[in-house]
Write a protein that binds this ligand. Structure first.
Ligand code: PLP
Length: 372
C-alpha cells in the first residue's frame, strides 16, 4: 500500500514537471537555425566548402598582430571601430556616417533585418539564395515571400516591383554565382521607395559591379560587404554596410540597443591593416579570378555545366554522375565541397575556388570519379 502511494506521488510529480515544461516551452522563441558548412579539424584536407580565401591576409596584418600587446585587452574596445572605419571610408570614398560595421556580414544583416524589415507586408528574396535569410525572417517573425528564379537561376525583375516590406538580393547571388546587372538592381531599388532594399555583396570583389555608386541617389539602399571572402579574414568576423546617413543611424540605434561592444580590438586593428594594402588585395582577388576561369574550362571538359560564376566558387552539375555521389566521393578523398539536398539544387555542387594546386588535385579526383 505504501509503495503504491509512493508511485502515485511520483507519477503526479512527473505530470507536474511535464506541464511546467509545456508551459514555458510555449513561450520559447523557437527557430530552426542556419547550418553553416563543415569546419573539419583533420589535417591535410582540401577545404572548398565555405568560400574562404585560400591565401593569407595581407602581410601587414601578421605584422600588426605580432606587435599586439595583450595588456590592451583590459580595456573595452572603441565602440566606433575608429581605425577600421577610417580605413574603409578612405578606400570606398564615403564618410563615417555612411558606414556601419559589424561582426561579419551575418551580424550586419541580422541587424538590418531587425531594423528595416518591420512591416506587416512580406519581404522578398529569391527562392535559391543564401540560406540565412529565411532563418532571420523566422527568428524575428518577419513575413516573407520567396521569388522563384528562372530555370537558369536568374532573378525576374518584375517579381520585385510589387508592394513589399523590404527586399534582399545577393549580388552575385549565392550559391549560383550569377551577377545581376546594376541597371536591373537600380530599377528595383528605384521602384521601392517605400521599403529598404539590401544588396548583399559578399562576393562582389571577384568581378562584380558594386551598388555602392547608388547610395547617394537612393536613400532606401543598403549595400553589405564582408572581409570573410575577398579579404581572407573569415576568422576575424568583420562585415560592413554602406548607405545614406539616415539608414546608418537607424542601424546604429538598433545595434547600440543590443550590444555596444561588438567589434573586438584585434579585428578593428587588423581589419584596418587589411584594407590599407590595396595592392595585395588586388593581387589575391586577381589570382582567384584567374584560377576560377581556368577551372571553368577544365570542368567543362569533364562534362560539368554551371552558371557563369562571378564569385569565388562554381555551382556545377555533371551530365551523368549525381552531385550527391560526387560529393561523397570527394569527401572520401579529403576534399570538402558544399552540397544541399534541396529541391532544384540537389544535383549541384558548390565548389570554392582554392589555390591552383588545390584545384589540380580536385580536378584529378573529379576526372577519376566521372570517368569511373
Ligand atoms: C559568406 C556570406 C555571408 C556572411 O559572411 P560573414 O562571414 O558573416 O561576413 C553573407 N552573405 C552571403 C551571400 C555569403 O555568402
Amino acid at each position: 500500500m505504501h509503495k503504491e502511494l509512493e508511485n502515485t506521488h511520483k507519477e503526479l510529480e512527473n505530470t507536474h514537471k511535464e506541464l511546467d515544461s509545456i508551459r514555458w516551452e510555449g513561450n520559447v522563441r523557437r527557430v530552426e537555425p542556419y547550418v553553416p558548412g563543415e569546419q573539419p579539424k583533420k589535417p591535410g584536407i582540401i577545404k572548398l566548402n565555405t568560400n574562404e580565401c585560400p591565401y593569407p591576409p595581407a602581410p601587414g596584418v601578421r605584422e600588426k598582430l605580432s606587435q599586439m600587446d595583450a595588456d590592451q585587452f583590459r580595456l573595452y574596445p572603441d565602440t566606433s571601430a575608429g581605425a577600421l572605419a577610417e580605413a574603409l571610408c578612405e578606400y570606398y570614398h564615403i564618410s563615417q556616417d555612411q558606414l556601419f560595421i559589424g561582426v561579419g556580414s551575418d551580424d550586419v544583416l541580422a541587424m538590418a533585418f531587425l531594423t528595416f524589415f518591420n512591416s506587416e507586408k512580406p519581404i522578398y528574396f529569391p527562392d535559391i539564395t543564401y540560406s540565412f535569410y529565411d532563418v532571420w525572417a523566422q527568428l524575428y517573425r518577419i513575413p516573407y515571400e520567396t521569388k522563384t528564379l528562372t530555370g537558369d537561376f536568374k532573378i525576374r525583375k518584375e517579381d520585385y516591383l510589387e508592394e513589399n516590406g523590404g527586399i534582399i538580393i545577393p549580388n552575385p547571388n549565392a550559391p549560383t554565382g550569377i551577377l545581376e546587372e546594376l541597371e536591373v538592381l537600380e530599377e528595383i531599388i528605384g521602384a521601392n521607395p517605400g521599403s529598404v532594399v539590401i544588396i548583399d555583396e559578399a562576393y562582389v570583389d571577384f568581378g562584380g559591379r558594386s551598388c555602392l555608386e547608388l547610395i547617394g541617389k537612393y536613400d532606401n539602399l543598403l549595400v553589405v560587404q564582408t572581409f570573410s571572402k575577398s579579404r581572407s579574414m573569415a576568422g576575424m568576423r568583420i562585415g560592413f554596410a554602406m548607405g545614406n546617413p539616415k539608414l546608418i543611424s537607424y542601424l546604429n540605434d538598433a545595434k547600440f540597443s543590443f550590444n555596444s561592444y561588438t567589434m573586438n580590438m584585434p579585428s578593428i586593428v587588423l581589419g584596418a591593416e587589411a584594407v590599407k594594402d590595396t595592392a595585395y588585395f588586388q593581387e589575391t582577388v586577381g589570382k582567384i579570378i584567374a584560377t576560377r576561369e581556368r577551372v571553368k574550362m577544365e570542368l567543362k571538359k569533364l562534362g560539368f555545366s554551371f552558371p557563369d560564376s562571378k564569385g569565388n566558387f562554381i555551382f556545377a552539375s555533371h551530365e551523368k554522375v549525381a552531385a550527391k555521389e560526387i560529393f561523397a566521393a570527394l569527401k572520401e578523398k579529403g576534399i570538402f565541397v558544399r552540397f544541399w539536398d534541396r529541391q532544384r539544387i540537389d544535383n549541384h555542387l558548390r565548389i570554392t575556388v582554392g589555390t591552383e594546386e588545390e584545384m589540380d588535385i580536385m580536378l584529378a579526383h573529379l576526372k577519376e570519379i566521372v570517368e569511373a
